[in-house]
Design a protein around this ligand. Structure first.
Ligand SMILES: [Zn+2]
Length: 168
């Protein structure tokens, strides 16, 4: 399989997630030219906030002695949680489908020595754009922006300022 074929497999995970009503992010881990694990975002399906495509894939791979030579393919630029997991486990190469719908942390990964290949894949972009349009509520929750409290109202001025305001 070539690189694009592996990204296609990650996309298949994303698409199946979408058809399940989930957040359409998929991932596969590849070593020696073979897929060793697959994953997809399961926020909706399993009500699990930490099962992103990448973390689900890492879990499905099980405990590994080493991540040497493991490439992680993901349909969407990794969030900070997943970027942290990539660094934590020492994955050295990440192939990202797109960063248009979510900028993610590509530069952060590069700054930490991870080789990141951004494919800018059309099918990944189209699927995620469709999801963010149809389900902005779930999407904002998933990227950690759904529960941000509204800004508090402006504080009233100190009474002393009020007494003095407007007077010459
Ligand atoms: Zn993530």
């Amino acid at each position: 399989m070539n690189s694009d074929a592996f990204l296609d497999e990650a996309y298949r995970e994303a698409l199946e997630g979408f058809e399940q009503g989930g957040v359409p992010v998929g991932a596969v881990m590849v070593r020696d030219g073979e897929i060793i694990a697959r994953g997809r975002n399961k926020r909706v399906q399993e009500e699990d906030p930490v099962m992103h495509g990448e973390t689900d894939c890492l879990r499905n791979a099980g405990v590994m002695d080493s991540y040497d030579g493991v490439d992680l393919y993901t349909t969407l630029s990794p969030c900070m949680m997943c970027a942290g997991a990539i660094l934590h486990f020492g994955i050295r190469r990440v192939i990202v489908g797109e960063d248009v719908n979510f900028a993610g942390n590509i530069e952060f990964l590069r700054q930490h020595g991870v080789e990141v290949i951004l494919v800018d894949d059309t099918q990944c972009k189209v699927l995620m754009a469709r999801f963010t349009e149809e389900r902005p509520d779930i999407w904002l929750e998933d990227i950690g922006e759904g529960s941000v409290p509204a800004p508090s109202p402006p504080r009233p001025r100190e009474s002393g300022n009020l007494l003095n305001s407007g007077e010459p």
